[in-house]
Design a protein around this ligand. Structure first.
Ligand code: AR6
Length: 198
């Protein structure tokens, strides 16, 4: 079983100077990290759930989050009235270590010409907007849409990293943690971060 382990800690944001000794650059408030592991175990302010528009649970990471959070999570989700693809809604984290869960339905991959990249970007941006509203300093995210929804991992990662950098540039966040379920996915994230540092 893959255990949580920080494999990478790449600074995020625009082309700014490194600030000596802090691991951050001048003007930056946060960084991107890549972890292999289970998102339900993350000790962060908020975790993101790759949900479906019902927001009433499912398989994959959604099922894992509901199992770990307990039935109170589903009870709160029932009050939300679902969410459109690209939208994001917040609940409490209940039995999770994270105080909040941000639920977003990403797009189902239909070949790439049905607005999927824009919708995935909207999902990430909506999650970061909600994180900002609730004052989260650290957010952990899975690879939204890349499982049951079949969005290709490389293209999805480019979008995820771009939106994370935008959110970090906007301020308020200290850490955006990408939690990958497999070594293969974590390698893709590391490669994308290394290919376009900053
Ligand atoms: N921690 C981190 N990542 C995980 C975990 C976990 N515990 N479990 C799975 N993943 P998916 P989607 C990874 O299918 O593609 C659900 O039924 C997984 O390896 O969970 O957005 C919903 O209700 C993959 O990399 O989400 C929707 O119906 C990533 O999480 C539908 O699936 C996303 O895979 C959403 O599909």
């Amino acid at each position: 079983m893959l255990r949580s382990a920080v494999r990478d800690a790449a600074p995020a944001g625009g082309r700014r100077r490194w600030r000596e000794g802090t691991g951050k650059r001048a003007g930056m408030t946060g960084r991107i990290t890549v972890v292999e592991g289970d998102i339900t175990e993350q000790d962060v302010d908020a975790i993101v759930n790759a949900a479906n528009p019902s927001l009433l649970g499912g398989g994959g990471v959604d099922g894992a989050i509901h199992r770990a959070a307990g039935p109170e999570l589903l009870a709160e989700c029932r009050t939300l009235g679902g969410a459109a693809t690209g939208e994001a809604k917040v609940t409490r984290g209940y039995r999770l270590r994270a105080r909040y869960v941000i639920h977003t339905p990403g797009p189902v991959w239909r070949g790439g010409r049905a607005g999927e990249p824009e919708l995935l970007a909207r999902s990430y941006a909506s999650c970061f907007a909600r994180a900002r509203e609730i004052g989260a300093r650290s957010v952990a995210l899975p690879a939204i849409s890349t499982g049951a929804y079949r969005f290709p991992i490389e293209a999805a990662t480019v979008i995820a990293v771009r939106e994370a950098r935008r959110a970090l540039d906007a301020g308020g966040l200290e850490e955006v943690r990408f939690v990958c379920f497999t070594r293969r996915d974590a390698d893709v994230y590391r490669r994308v971060l290394a290919a376009a540092p900053g």
